[in-house]
Design a protein around this ligand. Structure first.
Ligand SMILES: Cc1cc2nc3c(=O)[nH]c(=O)nc-3n(C[C@H](O)[C@H](O)[C@H](O)COP(=O)(O)O)c2cc1C
Length: 193
């Protein structure tokens, strides 16, 4: 079987956490390609139930302050607060993923809209990988911090988390183990009458 090179690259995708990311981050043109890829994900009724909010440049400092304050609110000491600030400052850029779920949509239930958000994140990260960048989707208790949520969300939006983005410092020694495809792909049979 011939495996297309794009699929080979996809099969080698891995997440790269903030502490392993360095400059440069993607250019505006590369970011636009990543968003175009996100928009290619399945999306019932084309609701586009998400927004990507880019944190770069001076905005990183503002996010670091929010993160360290949230750490203190959560009872972490100064060391923990500094670690959380570093998570905001270290990656060249961060993309906050915000969902816009229409709970009253007549045709598309909330779970289908969340599926569209997941597909968009996945395509965004895959495009970043194919362009030579590293990234990782992260959330944690911070997303539920009211001050942080209010800073990223408009009314009706939910903060899902952040994608740290940049150039990977090095390749990983190996890829994370995944289940065998046979555990996931299962022949279905109709129930016996
Ligand atoms: C919405 C969402 C939130 C996540 N939050 C975290 C997180 O806070 N911390 C973490 O280590 N991984 C988190 N992950 C998982 C990582 O992004 C990543 O998928 C996982 O580490 C597997 O690595 P891989 O992509 O290299 O297989 C999250 C994934 C998703 C989809």
């Amino acid at each position: 079987m011939i495996i297309p090179s794009a699929l080979e690259a996809l099969l080698a995708r891995y997440s790269v956490g903030p502490k392993h990311l360095v400059e440069p981050g993607p250019s505006d043109a590369q970011l636009a390609l990543m968003v175009q890829a996100a928009l290619r994900a399945p999306d019932h009724a084309e609701l586009v139930p998400y927004r990507f909010k880019l944190v770069r440049g001076d905005a990183k400092q503002g996010m670091a302050i929010l993160f360290s304050n949230a750490a203190r609110d959560a009872g972490k000491g100064e060391e923990g607060a500094a670690l959380d600030a570093e998570r905001a400052l270290r990656p060249p850029m961060t993309v906050a993923v915000v969902a816009r779920i229409d709970l009253g949509h007549p045709q598309v239930p909330a779970h289908e809209q969340w599926a569209a958000v997941g597909g968009a994140i996945s395509n965004f990260l895959t495009a970043a990988h194919l362009l030579g960048f590293g990234g990782k989707m992260l959330s944690g208790a911070k997303v539920r911090n009211p001050t942080i949520a209010a800073a990223f969300c408009e009314p009706g939006e939910t903060l899902l988390g952040w994608i740290a983005l940049g150039t990977p410092m090095r390749k990983p020694a190996g890829l994370a183990r995944k289940p065998h495809p046979g555990q996931v792909l299962i022949d279905w049979h109709p129930p016996c009458k």
